[in-house]
Every structure is written in structure tokens, then in C-alpha cells.
Design a protein around this ligand. Sequence first.
Ligand SMILES: NC(=O)c1ccc[n+]([C@@H]2O[C@H](COP(=O)([O-])OP(=O)(O)OC[C@H]3O[C@@H](n4cnc5c(N)ncnc54)[C@H](OP(=O)(O)O)[C@@H]3O)[C@@H](O)[C@H]2O)c1
Length: 316
Amino acid sequence: MTQTGGLRFKLNNGIEIPAIGLGTWQSKAGEVEAAVSYAIKEVGYRSIDCAWAYGNEKEVGEGIRASGVPRSEIFLTSKVWGTWHTRVEECLDQTLANLGTDYLDLYLVHWPVPLNPNGNHPVFPTLPNGKRDVHHEWDLKDTWKQMEAVLQKGKVKSIGVSNFSEKKLEEILPTAEVIPAVNQLELHVYNPQHNLVAYTKSKGIVPQAYSPLGSTNSPLLADDLVVEIASKHSLQPADVLLGYLIAKGIVVLPKSVTPARIASNFTGALAGAEKLSPADVEQLDGRAASGKQKRFITPPWPVDLGFEHWPALNLL
Ligand SMILES: NC(=O)c1ccc[n+]([C@@H]2O[C@H](COP(=O)([O-])OP(=O)(O)OC[C@H]3O[C@@H](n4cnc5c(N)ncnc54)[C@H](OP(=O)(O)O)[C@@H]3O)[C@@H](O)[C@H]2O)c1
């Protein structure tokens, strides 16, 4: 049975966002169109998480059209990449053309790391010493001003950030005319970022969880506590991982190109959120601190992002 959209959370601008969205990072051309179409048409997903940097937005757009569900019923998110911080609207226009739409529901700053727009590579410019070529002179406040401008123009309905620590949020909030609607972060039982999630919520910003299952080849699915809680409630481990986050008011963005998983993640996340007891959530809350703390997504940015548990190797 199709459950269109499922549970929704309210953003600080009054717009509602589905609590579950389909991730598309590393979803290959040749797979992603079918995955997106299946998720929307057969399962009931109404939110798709994209990014200019994923290089697959054309196929995502084709998947949306192939689903036959009107664009207006779908919550579409994309992200401006670091090499475009000085030209946000140009990056957005490419995304809109690739997706085949004239607006986004949500547009995010992908990382708080402006990269040299005229460097030796369009996505990952590097310096002669091999480090990423960061545009140190560019001020994040000005990236945010450009985000506010595309919102004002009506090209996007909401704006937000991703991978912003408290330190990075504090760089834009004092001069922001629009408070970010969301902060998309690596959030899962091994990287719950309790302090940052509490800070984010205290500013009226909805946290979104990327890599909620622990990303590619995840050890989380075989974690003893997760498996034990899953079996107690007759759930799959993935249901526990996703349900845990939803129960905490966090949007989840599980990626899959496998039809059975696309379907079970959607229904299982909601079942997990319903079945987990406060005691289960408390136990899962403590899992990282019991020696399991681990991030899976750690691009080597040569800047201090201000995150706890960020590999020291990456800092200058
Ligand atoms: N803002 C950012 O910087 C950022 C960074 C990373 C990710 N993201 C977003 O967040 C989304 C999700 O993160 P992610 O892709 O890193 O990781 P994820 O969703 O935690 O995990 C995806 C992996 O888990 C597998 N999988 C999915 N459902 C499963 C299930 N029920 N049982 C077992 N395995 C399952 C997938 O395989 P199959 O596909 O083969 O089924 C894939 O290998 C991304 O796709 C992207 O949209 C954003």
C-alpha cells in the first residue's frame, strides 16, 4: 500500500518536510532513475535529497518524471557545492536545469567550506601540496546572503545548511535575515552529536540525518545493541537505526538503490519510531559514548570546522 509521504515535521517557515527522504549520493546513473521512480510511485516517498556534487541530478529528475507523481507533491532538496559559494545562483540554475524543475523545496549550503572557484578542478581543487584549495578570503556570511537572495527570488522555498557545527552556525546567524530551516548532519547511533543537535533545535533549525544507517558497508546494522532491540520488537536493524532518529525529531535520509530496502526503510522507519520505548532510545543515545563513537564521512578539509570527534589529521 502506498503511504504518501508519511510523517512530516514543520520547518521554521511553516513549510512541512517529510520525516523520511530518499538519499541519492553514490546512486549511480543507470540505477538512480529506477530507484527514485520506485520510491515515489510504489512506496510513497515524497522527499528526495540531491546535490550538485553527486553528479546524478539529471537521472534523479528523470526518475521523478517517470514516477508520474506531480512535481508539486514532491519535496526536492539540493545543495550548493564549495566551488560555487561565490556564485550560488549559477550553481542552483544548473541543478534546476538538471532536475528539470523551476524551483526547489529546500536548498542547502553543502559544507561550510568555500573552495577556489578558479582552481585546478571544478569540484575538488587542490594546492600544489595536495591539500584542498580553500577560498580562505571568502566569508560564509556572504554565501548565506546569496542563499537569502535566491529564496527572495522564489527559486527555492526554504534555505538551510549542512555540516555546520555550532562554531560555523555562529558565523552566519548574527547577520542572517533568514534563519536556516535545517542543518543536515552525519547523525546515527555512533555519531549522535547530542550537543550540536540540541543547539540546532534551540535555534529553531530542524536537524536532518545523513548516513543514518552508517553509510556504505555500515557496521551499525550488526551492532549488538541495535540487533537486540530490533529482535525484541520484531524489527530489522535498519528500522531501529531510522526509527531512533525520527523518534528524536530528526529527518532521516536513507539511501538505497535496492527496491526491497527502499520499501522496508520507509515503512520500517515509521514502525521503529512507534515501537521504540524511551528506555530503548536512552540506551541507543549512550551507544557512541560506550566506546563506539565513529564518523564515516570525513572529507579532508584543511579548515577547523569546529566539530567534536573530527579527525585531527584534517585540521591545519
Ligand atoms: N550533506 C552531506 O554532506 C551528505 C553526506 C553524505 C550523505 N548525504 C545524504 O544522505 C544520504 C544517506 O547517506 P549515505 O548514502 O552516506 O548512507 P546511508 O543511507 O546511511 O547508507 C546507505 C548504504 O546502506 C545500504 N542500505 C540501505 N538500506 C539498507 C537496509 N535496509 N539494509 C542494509 N543496507 C542498506 C545502501 O545499499 P544499496 O543502495 O545497495 O541498497 C548503501 O550502501 C545520501 O545518499 C545523501 O543524500 C549528505
